[in-house]
Design a protein around this ligand. Structure first.
Ligand code: GLU
Length: 509
């Protein structure tokens, strides 16, 4: 562990909505910061103006807010290291690029995109499909290493466009320790002379990222595996500036449910589950669905995400955010890609629904229902139905009968159970219930059992009929609880109406 204070950052590019892989990166940064009493920073990396998508930054902030993993420094949040949007830091980067040129670690390059295409095509025709601007080829290009100092000054003074490229040294091993992967060694012969500063006056991702991580005093860079190939260049840049490197941790990829390849932004709609935390509406009005709008609780979503690439080393699966902060460690993050499991995601949601207080669920449910019902009644609906539901909306689709008389009767149960004597049995049961003086769950159960004994009937011959007439369904929670909740009058009314409906159906057959 570095002795520096822990400062981590999530550095998304506002090129679209935040995929759940991005949310997981933010989450691990958040957990790591909390675990080490550190600071979690968000920095918006918008140096590639061609890929800028309006609304993306707000979407990112809104999603983190929904997940409950807000950074403490960032745009609109304050902090001593701002601005936190790279385009607002634009003027800071050039001097750093120039410093590298002055120290011989970088150079000006004047090659036009046509020149570069020509070189690539030539190389291809000679059987070398992957031409790179590197320690070998730079000697035959137009740059400050091949042109005279006078020529370079003249070209710059005349306004000729140029970029600044990293001068990657020849045949050196770049070594760095990744907190998840261990030692990584790459030879510089395999690295090209990346552009650090573009002709449009903007730094590239690489330069801006390193300058910002350094000036924002970032201690740990925790990011997706897709950035691992860039890490050697970043390490070389730290060395070129003479700066202390942060620690690196490259998180495993999120894989499709079948394990075949990276979970992509398009998979969600193709495979029938959300890949975004919240709905994203494109400028054309297309909607990509989000976990929030699908009815997931943020706590369930976050709990599920935490397990995509990390495990606590115990069998515990349900963790509050505070417990995750306590339990999280980079040592327990795996190197192997993490398969996304939509069923497990639903399972997490089910567990959270079950553990959520009925009053809270009732309030949420009532909002869906435009506050149509008394909340104390809905709280009982939630209590009775939540073990059978995944989402709040299921409580209603499965349990609306608790508030409303059924309008239809489950066909399969009717066909299977509504036999010849059903009408007679139920008529007698209605009479029996009519005599009840106490209408508690227990009392109804006692009365029901006595009724079965008296008529020498099995539970399976009567209970499904009782359920069918009162709820319209073939399955559900305890009929005795349902009955006591509905009350004697309502129960008898439903049984009577149900009997009439069944008689009609039978005569119509
Ligand atoms: N802007 C990069 C991204 O969009 C950040 C990568 C990093 O964390 O260094 O993911």
């Amino acid at each position: 562990m570095s002795s520096r204070p822990v400062r981590v950052r999530f550095a998304p590019s506002p090129t679209g909505p935040l995929h759940m892989g991005g949310v997981r990166t933010a989450l691990y940064n958040y957990l790591f910061a909390k675990k080490h009493n550190g600071t979690f920073v968000i920095r918006i990396e918008d140096t590639d103006q061609t890929r800028f998508v309006p609304g993306a930054q707000d979407y990112i902030m809104d999603s983190l807010q929904w997940c409950g993993i807000m950074p403490t420094e960032g745009p609109g949040l304050g902090g001593e290291f701002g601005p936190y949007i790279q385009s607002e830091r634009k003027s800071m980067y050039r001097p750093y690029a120039e410093e590298l040129v002055k120290n011989g670690k970088a150079y000006y390059a004047f090659d036009t995109s046509e020149d570069l295409t020509k070189m690539r095509d030539q190389a291809k025709s000679m059987g070398m499909p992957n031409w790179q601007y590197n320690c070998i080829t730079r000697g035959s290009m137009q740059n400050s290493l091949t042109l005279s100092a006078d020529e370079v000054s003249k070209r710059i003074a005349s306004g000729e466009p140029y970029v600044i490229r990293m001068k990657m040294p020849r045949n050196q091993d770049v070594r760095f320790h990744d907190e998840i992967r261990g030692w990584v060694v790459v030879n510089t012969n395999n690295l090209d002379d990346k552009v650090l500063f573009k002709s449009d006056g903007m730094p590239t991702y690489h330069l801006a990222n390193i300058v910002d991580d350094h000036t924002m005093e970032i201690s740990h860079v925790i990011r997706g595996e897709e950035w691992l190939p860039s890490a050697p260049l970043h390490v070389m840049l730290y060395k070129a500036f003479g700066w202390e490197e942060p620690k690196f941790a490259h998180l495993p990829l999120l894989l499709k449910p079948d394990g075949n390849g990276k979970l992509s932004k398009r998979d969600g709609d193709r495979l029938g589950f959300p890949v975004f935390p919240t709905n994203w509406v494109t400028t054309d009005g297309d909607v990509f669905s989000g976990y929030r709008e699908n009815g997931y609780f943020p706590e369930a979503f976050v709990n599920m995400l935490a397990f995509l690439g990390w495990n606590p080393g115990t069998t515990q699966e349900i963790f509050t955010l505070a417990e995750l902060c306590e339990a999280f460690s980079l040592e327990r993050v795996s190197k192997a890609g993490a398969k996304f499991d939509p069923d497990k995601t639903k399972w997490f949601q089910q567990q959270y629904l079950r553990n959520t207080n009925d009053q809270y669920l009732a309030k949420q449910l009532n909002q869906h229902l435009n506050n149509k019902y008394p909340e104390d009644k809905l709280a009982v609906v939630c209590k009775l139905m939540k073990d059978r539901a995944t989402f709040i909306q299921d409580i209603w689709s499965e349990g609306s009968f608790l508030m409303e008389q059924p309008t239809s009767y489950d066909e399969k149960t009717t066909r299977k159970k509504w036999k010849k004597n059903a009408d007679q049995i139920m008529t007698e049961w209605v009479d029996e219930l009519g005599k009840a003086t106490e209408f508690t769950t227990e009392a109804i159960e006692v009365q029901f059992k006595a009724f079965l004994d008296k008529h020498k009937l099995g539970i399976g011959a009567v209970l499904p009929l009782f359920r069918l007439l009162v709820t319209g369904k073939g399955m559900g929670p305890s009929m005795f609880e349902i009955s006591s909740f509905l009350g004697k009058e309502e129960c008898i009314k439903r049984l009577t109406i149900g009997l009439e409906k069944m008689a009609e159906t039978q005569t119509n057959l």
